[in-house]
Write a new protein. Structure first.
Length: 314
């Protein structure tokens, strides 16, 4: 019998619909900020990616003749993917990423609940590799909010900016050039509080990742005599990783020690990568690698368990 565990989620008789609804609702403030800052093109990207993921998932489920489950689940994944995009991302690039996440990662792995890596993170990493120039499709918040030409033509590029010129309130509210949903630390933390209050995820899951990463960053600050930990946590998108990427039911299938170990591994990978890279790589690469490692550990644990049971029965 194929047993699948989806902790650190808390089990009820309405897991799929309930957890998807809670996580989708927690994204509403983040999506609202994205639309306020980047206008019509942000709203179109969010709607396009969410509906495309949902329609693709539904079609694949019908073809494979399996239960489609709650539509809220693919809508949530599509929204998460959209929030990882630069504001001036063309629709054809968004389409490519969603197709890779929904078809290659999710369906080839066995369908809903069987992917060994987070689909939005994998899809975002895929277009990062295939369309590397799109990483410059950032935009100034609250500028050209009615413009949608970038959805077809893309961006002509974006000049570097200096975070030191922004107020702390602007930084924590994400009012600086970044991806659609990873910059607003205040709203991401509010989403985490809502998810925890609704008991849709066990508290130790995201907090283990944030706590471990914070300790490593503080040690680096102590060694270098700097004070950049809070700025790193607020501006790199790692809070979005902790809340919406690392601990979904398709990435972490075990509970307790294994999920905490996964959090520590992902935090260590994030810390190590921060010496070499930034941007979207720092958000999605540790998640993808942790998903692969967790899948290997999960599979190895099942083999050991089956071998032990067979040995006892002899």
């Amino acid at each position: 019998m194929n047993m699948r565990y989806s902790a650190p989620f808390i089990h009820t008789d309405r897991n799929d619909a309930y957890f998807s609804a809670v996580h989708l609702l927690s994204l509403i403030p983040i999506m609202a900020v994205a639309v306020v800052y980047y206008g019509l093109r942000a709203a179109i990207l969010l709607l396009f990616c969410s509906l495309l993921f949902a329609v693709t998932d539904d079609i694949c489920s019908r073809i494979r003749k399996v239960s489609r489950g709650s539509i809220l689940n693919p809508l949530f994944y599509g929204a998460v993917f959209a929030l990882l995009l630069p504001p001036d991302t063309p629709l054809y690039i968004a389409f490519t990423g969603v197709m890779f996440a929904a078809l290659v990662v999710r369906q080839i792995s066995g369908g809903r609940g069987s992917a060994f890596i987070n689909p939005p993170a994998a899809g975002r990493l895929f277009i990062r590799i295939v369309f590397p120039l799109n990483e410059g499709a950032l935009a100034m918040p609250c500028a050209d909010r009615t413009s949608v030409k970038s959805l077809l033509l893309g961006s002509s590029g974006f000049e570097c900016f200096d975070l030191s010129k922004y107020y702390q309130s602007e930084i924590f509210m994400g009012r600086y050039p970044s991806f659609l949903g990873t910059a607003c630390a205040f709203m991401i933390l509010a989403g985490l509080v809502y998810i925890l209050a609704k008991r849709a995820v066990r508290f130790y899951a995201p907090l283990s990742y944030i706590g471990m990463l914070t300790i490593l960053l503080l040690l680096r600050d102590l060694r270098n005599e700097t004070s950049e930990t809070m700025l790193f946590l607020a501006t790199t998108g790692v809070l979005f990783t902790a809340v919406y990427l690392l601990f979904d039911e398709e990435t972490v299938r075990s509970f307790g020690t294994v999920s905490i170990t996964s959090a520590f591994v992902c935090a260590a990978l994030t810390f190590l990568l921060s010496f070499k890279t930034g941007g979207i790589d720092l958000i999605v690469v540790p998640v993808v690698l942790t998903g692969v490692l967790t899948g290997i550990l999960d599979y190895g644990g099942k083999i050991i368990k089956v071998y032990g049971e067979e040995k006892q029965s002899v």
